[in-house]
Design a protein around this ligand. Sequence first.
Ligand code: PLP
Ligand code: COI
Length: 354
Amino acid sequence: MNTATTDIAITKAKTSKITEVDFDNLTFGKVFSDHMLVCDYKDGSWQAPKVVPYQPISLDPSAKIFHYGQSVFEGMKAYKDANDDVWLFRPLENFKRLNISSKRLAIPELPESYFMDGLKTLLEVDKNWIPTKAGSSLYIRPFIFASGKGFHASPADEYKFIICTAPSGAYFSGKVKVLIEETYSRSANGGVGFAKAGGNYAGQFYPTQLAVAKGYQQVIWTDDTNHEFIEEAGAMNIFIRINDTLLTGPTSDRILDGITRKSIIDIAKAEGIPVEVRKITVSEVVEAAKNGSLKEMFGAGTAAVVSPISGFGYQGVDYDLPELTETYADKLKKIITDIQTNKSEDPFGWRVKL
Ligand code: PLP
Ligand code: COI
């Protein structure tokens, strides 16, 4: 990454919490590094970002985030290699998507330098927080929310852009069993499904709780019209292998354009795996499960990386996936994490050094 050009004031924490952290047993997103980046939008423009100690924030009870949910976020990771060099994976894609999300939520777009230089400065300050153990990384959470006051249901006049980071281990501890959703919808045409808007996740919690009560870990969302097409997993895009072909649905108004998803598609193609990006019907997946041609299902996302699915439930019937010795999921996960962590060549030019 180029040297930061934005002037970013740094206030260091008086004491570090790093010695309290068990880096060998990290869970996902539960402990937070010493500092955060904060940038305020007021008087019609984004003010200079600054790095400050990680701390609670004070907001007016009428702040519009609380009432109208005007908020967007991103998810990224930083990796440290054996030489202590720090790497990011396609960070510009996160920046661009944050602004795509912001635009849909009527949040003012952020200048690229504030995001990229802010991120770089924050990571340099908290470099020691980046775990090195295989499977762990520093999870990075950039987010923007409406801090402006008032009950009028209209866009706020003030916003906060914050980046905080959390040394993290795996998002899921093992394979996940999923339920194909037939009643609730995550998103609709013309809606905000393609945006990384906080409310998209809130809307998933109740249907997911119902699925969890039935013994599943995740919901597979289907289209809102007839629940006929497989669309997305809770916080992941979804891939399905039928015979030797890898399928994933096309992005749309309703589906997040995942950076892991598009990277997996490119890697799979480069590996000679037949890939089809097309609408996938629930009925073809059920049929494939019945006739034995359904080989694998897995989710893909920054937090979850590549997460194999052990089976799915649909209309009261559970379908188990076969236990294969060699899977596309394992192969693709290894290739993408080797690129991310600087363990292999990066033929796609995705890795960015801090
Ligand atoms: N779909 C949803 C709803 C998500 O929340 C995520 C996570 O970010 C993804 C897909 C995967 O996107 P990415 O690979 O960019 O993290
Ligand atoms: C990510 O994969 O980074 C996400 O944002 C998913 C999140 C909801 C945990």
